[in-house]
Design a binder for this molecule. Structure first.
Ligand SMILES: NC(=O)c1ccc[n+]([C@@H]2O[C@H](COP(=O)([O-])OP(=O)(O)OC[C@H]3O[C@@H](n4cnc5c(N)ncnc54)[C@H](OP(=O)(O)O)[C@@H]3O)[C@@H](O)[C@H]2O)c1
Ligand SMILES: [Zn+2]
Length: 349
């Protein structure tokens, strides 16, 4: 099969580790299914993999990609009840161990041995075929295109869980998100505003700030602009209810200063580094909740799929490139130039 995969990890230029070429078709163990992928999307996770940053030791070649939409190609043994071959599906990318307390409670997000598609020993979504647990197949409504669906399993699911499961945001409340035009951030702006939440955004780039406002952000400012941060705090009557933190070291201080006393900072990532000054005195004095989050459950993905199929939220796609040109999309991601999701068309749907 054709695939985008890593031939090595780390080094000066992570994109030098990227190859588009032939890889063996995946095997389908009992309880698993084979999906013929039509559309996949890129995530910062793919860059981390090329850089050699992973939850477990990496070995080359590693097929990349967490997010796949397509059709069921075949089912392994013991897959009764799974969507039959030919069914349009999107794949829940979180693979739990199936036996720990978290998995038994239906929340693979807190699985003690959690892994994602494209993390060893699993193949990835940026390929003509991907093997996944049959329980991870989510049927696609006709109203949702494969390209739109391919945006959902990581960025939209993560943003959804941050906003509504971890932070309990409701109509009339407020949030702040950093890196305004990234995958998770654009998802948070769209999902949050659709639910009546005022989503404020930061970006270092004035063009990206303008774009965030057009997308529906309540305000947009430079994360290093202290006066703008003070205005946000006064304008929201003491700070936003929730900060969605994915940038890490570069924005952590701003996140703590921007959230209201008693508010919540939900942490999903640390693009600029994982070890900011903790500011613990600020955390306890203002009685903040710091909440980590990982992807989301299959049930949450189904809710996101239903919402997008209803037309209430349209996943924002920066561009769609064919698999053979995936390197172009990776370069845009590495440069942080994307406005929303970068989709790779693997085959026509
Ligand atoms: N826990 C989870 O389940 C989960 C799920 C998805 C993603 N993540 C993590 O969340 C992060 C975002 O993911 P993504 O796919 O949305 O990434 P992305 O699309 O590549 O996000 C790019 C944005 O990050 C911002 N950024 C990067 N470096 C920065 C810095 N030094 N200072 C300020 N802003 C910086 C940029 O903002 P500006 O240029 O606009 O300032 C850029 O727009 C990644 O670290 C990813 O690994 C975690
Ligand atoms: Zn588990």
């Amino acid at each position: 099969m054709r695939a985008a995969y890593a031939t090595a990890f780390g080094g000066e230029d992570p994109l030098a580790n990227l190859e588009i070429g032939e890889q063996p078709d995946p095997e389908v163990p009992a309880g698993w299914a084979l999906v013929r992928v039509t559309s996949a999307s890129l995530n910062h996770h793919d860059l981390w993999t090329l850089r050699g940053v992973s939850s477990r030791p990496l070995t080359a070649p590693q097929v990349l990609g967490c997010d796949a939409a397509g059709r069921v190609e075949a089912l392994g043994d013991h897959t009764a009840g799974a969507p039959s071959p030919g069914t349009r599906v999107v794949v829940h990318a979180v693979i739990g161990c199936g036996s720990c307390a978290g998995c038994r409670a239906g929340d693979t997000g807190v699985c003690q041995r959690l892994s994602l598609l494209s993390e060893p020993p699993h193949g990835g979504a940026l390929a003509e075929l991907v093997a996944v647990p049959a329980a991870n197949l989510v049927r696609l409504p006709d109203q949702l295109s494969d390209e739109a669906a391919a945006c959902l399993p990581t960025a939209y699911l993560t943003a959804w869980r941050m906003l509504f499961t971890r932070a309990h945001l409701q109509r009339g409340m407020s949030a702040l998100v950093h890196g305004a035009t990234g995958g998770v951030a654009t998802a948070a702006i769209l999902l949050g505003t659709q639910a009546g939440v005022a989503v404020h955004a930061t970006s270092r780039d004035p063009e990206k700030r303008r774009f965030a406002l057009e997308l529906g952000a309540a305000s947009a400012f430079d994360p290093d602009d202290r006066e703008a941060a003070r205005e946000l705090v006064s304008g929201t009557g003491g700070g936003v209810d929730v900060v969605l933190e994915t940038v890490g070291e570069a924005t952590w201080g701003l996140s703590l200063r921007s959230v209201r006393p008693g508010g919540t900072v939900v942490v999903a990532g640390a693009t600029s580094g994982p070890n900011p000054r903790a500011g613990l005195n600020w955390v306890f004095w203002h009685q903040l909740t710091i909440a980590g989050t990982m992807m989301g459950t299959r049930r949450e993905l189904e809710r996101v799929v239903t919402l997008c199929a209803s037309g209430a939220v349209r996943p924002l796609i920066d561009r769609v490139v064919p698999l053979e040109d995936a390197r172009v999309a990776f370069a845009v991601l590495a440069a942080g130039e994307q406005r929303g999701k970068l989709v790779v068309r693997i085959a026509s749907s």
